[in-house]
Design a protein around this ligand. Structure first.
Ligand code: PMP
Length: 434
């Protein structure tokens, strides 16, 4: 980035700079309330405001910018494609950009992992992918009920909301959210109750009154729900239980996928193979909207056009998505670097958490953060970090977790700079300023 970060503390932009947002844009806007700045340009892990301030970005578009902002090796093919008059909009017609993407996805992602999936392109957001997955699971099994987990987050449309935990978001539906139930995520009872005990019993008991579900949908790390990371053996037990009872397992990898946890899919380390996988956020690699649903081939029972949408298969996203797969996933070098950065992040955040009673490091890979016993603290730390030049958000039902999500391409130096700002901000908020 051309300008260096100013050392002056962040100030709010002038009223003139933000008045149109405040007068015209709906009250629903949220991130801008935490970060009252007008952003204009960005490169890699840094983002700049129109008044020349620069921030290190540990938010990464809520996981849509895994390769940082405006990666030059993704920008170039996109510019070439646009200059060349490449087709942008095509619904689900065949295009060369889609062919290139599917070929790269097959060669670089599916085949090396011995995964056999059909690829479906729903509308371009995470919640579109989840809606399609739930619909398909119900169609395939002829069952209605879906099980999801405490503190899950799967999106804002009605089907996705029905499997989401957060009560404020659920209330927004304004109608009953039906045909789904919540079951405890890993460690919900702090290890005191045997996992899946209740579920196993009720599924086997024909008098339990619990209908067999079509599917169980799970995040391996609950990005919005407080960075709860399921243990790998818990994920394996969940997968075994689904297999044993003929229940489809849907992994929502919208946030934890595309390398965030140190492997392309977040479930790889557990060695499980879900029946359906949802991907979005960083699958285009460039912040362009795109989503896909991976479907076990024998479950691909859609009628042509039974689930459609105008903005499926955005060709610009195919171009950058293909470039991202080729640049980062042709071998294991990048994933290894992500795992190294993830270990450094955990080490640095552990050092912060150890200084404060009850603070706890949560998450996996570069989706890691610190949970504070006082739910006020994480938000105040995020504000202090903003004043010091760092974007970092909170997560969890009470926003009690400082959620650290840098670009996967971040250097060790930039990562250390950001975690130092976090340490200083925590010290400031908890009264031990250094
Ligand atoms: N699933 C998960 C796990 C998510 O984290 C999100 C977004 N935070 C969604 C689904 C919904 O994605 P979108 O906002 O693109 O609809």
């Amino acid at each position: 980035m051309s300008q260096t970060m100013t050392s002056s503390p962040a100030t709010s932009p002038t009223d003139a700079a933000t008045s149109i947002f405040e007068s015209l844009e709906s009250e629903v806007r949220s991130y801008c309330r935490s970060w009252p700045a007008v952003f204009t340009r960005a490169a890699g892990p840094r983002i700049q405001t129109e008044d020349g301030r620069e921030y290190l970005d540990f938010f990464s578009g809520a996981g849509a910018l895994n390769y940082g902002h405006n990666h030059p090796e993704l920008l170039e093919p996109l510019l070439d494609y646009l200059r060349d008059g490449g087709i942008l909009h095509s619904l689900d017609m065949y295009t060369s950009a889609k062919r290139d993407f599917l070929t790269a996805f097959q060669d670089l992602i599916l085949e090396p992992r011995e995964l056999d999936y059909r690829v479906m392109f729903p509308g371009p957001t995470g919640t579109n992918a989840v809606e399609a997955a739930l619909k398909l699971a119900r169609k395939v099994t002829g069952r209605q009920h879906i099980l999801s987990f405490t503190n899950a987050f799967h999106g804002m449309t009605l089907g996705s909301l029905s499997v989401t935990g957060n009560s404020m978001k659920r209330r927004g539906a304004g109608i009953p959210l039906t045909n789904s139930s919540k079951i405890p995520y890993d460690d919900y009872f702090s290890g005191t109750t045997e996992d899946f005990l209740w579920l196993e019993r009720v599924l086997e008991d024909s008098g339990s009154g619990v209908d067999k579900p079509a599917a169980i949908i799970v995040e391996t790390v609950q990005g919005e729900g407080g960075l709860n990371a399921a243990r790998l053996e818990w994920l394996r037990a969940l997968s075994d239980l689904c297999r044993a009872h003929d229940i489809l397992l849907i992994v929502d990898d919208v946030q934890a996928g595309c390398g965030r946890t140190g492997t392309f899919f977040s479930f790889e380390e557990a060695g499980i193979v879900p029946d359906i996988v949802c991907l979005s956020k960083s699958i285009s690699g460039y912040g362009l909207p795109m989503a896909l649903v991976l479907i076990r081939p024998d479950l691909d029972v859609w009628e042509p056009g039974e689930h459609n949408g105008t903005f499926r298969g955005h060709n610009a996203a195919f171009v950058t998505g293909t470039a991202a797969l080729e640049r980062f996933w042709s071998d294991d070098v990048f994933a290894k670097e992500v795992r190294e950065r993830g270990a450094e992040l955990r080490r640095d955040l552990t050092a912060v958490a150890e200084q404060y009673d009850g603070a706890e490091v949560r998450g996996r890979g570069l989706l890691t953060g610190v949970a504070f016993p006082d739910p006020e603290v994480a938000g105040r730390v995020a504000q202090a970090a903003f004043r010091r030049g760092l974007l970092v958000e909170t997560s969890g039902p009470e926003s009690e977790v400082l959620k650290v999500m840098p670009a996967l391409t971040i250097t060790a130096e930039d990562l250390a700079e950001g975690t130092r700002i976090i340490a200083d901000s925590v010290a400031e908020v908890l009264g031990t300023a250094r």
